[in-house]
Design a protein around this ligand. Structure first.
Ligand SMILES: [Zn+2]
Length: 181
């Protein structure tokens, strides 16, 4: 998978935002790729893949960064679908707007506004929908306790999970589970 080595020189170019470099780098945890000159947060070195051409990054499943735009303009639509992919893959983690913005390469204000304009939901609402859908699936297909399901899908506690679940579906997770048996 690692076609080009991450040499010390390349690494220095990435962390110093060098504008003279002739490569791109992708971050495996976010699946976003950047020019070394990008002012996004420095990645962990182990998560970096080097590409010589934009096409190589895209073929490997990476998407262009909204901030440094390695392929030319990244539309809001494309960016929001990047953010959704990121949330779909990371919903189990504790995520706040700052973390999401850092990892998806935008400012919190701009990310929140753009996401809402494009999808009609805030990132938090979108995240809650993913979590609730995953929890329904676990309630139907496993014997896990309510508490483990809550934590597994990314809620901070079982009481919070139950509150949100009731608000959305007008029933408790327990009654949802019983009804399906
Ligand atoms: Zn970038």
């Amino acid at each position: 998978m690692k076609k080009y080595p991450l040499t010390e020189h390349r690494w220095q170019q990435i962390i110093n935002n060098d504008t003279q470099s002739n490569f791109y780098y992708g971050v495996t945890t976010t699946k976003i790729f950047c020019k070394p000159s990008c002012h996004s947060r420095n990645p962990l070195r182990d998560n970096v893949l080097i590409f010589k051409e934009v096409g190589e990054a895209i073929d490997a499943g990476f998407r262009p960064c909204k901030r440094c735009q390695p392929t030319g303009e990244v539309t809001n639509y494309d960016w929001v679908s990047e953010i959704k992919t990121y949330l779909d893959n990371n919903y189990q983690r504790k995520l706040d707007l700052t973390t999401i913005s850092e990892e998806c390469h935008g400012s919190p204000f701009n990310l929140q506004r753009t996401f809402k304009n494009e999808s009609g939901l805030t990132p938090r609402q979108y995240l809650t929908e993913i979590r609730l859908n995953k929890s329904k699936n676990l309630l139907q297909t496993t014997d896990l306790s309510i508490k483990s399901i809550a934590l597994r899908v990314g809620f901070s506690s079982d009481t919070y999970f139950i509150t949100v679940f009731k608000r959305h579906f007008m029933q408790t997770p327990d009654s949802f589970r019983l009804q399906k048996l």
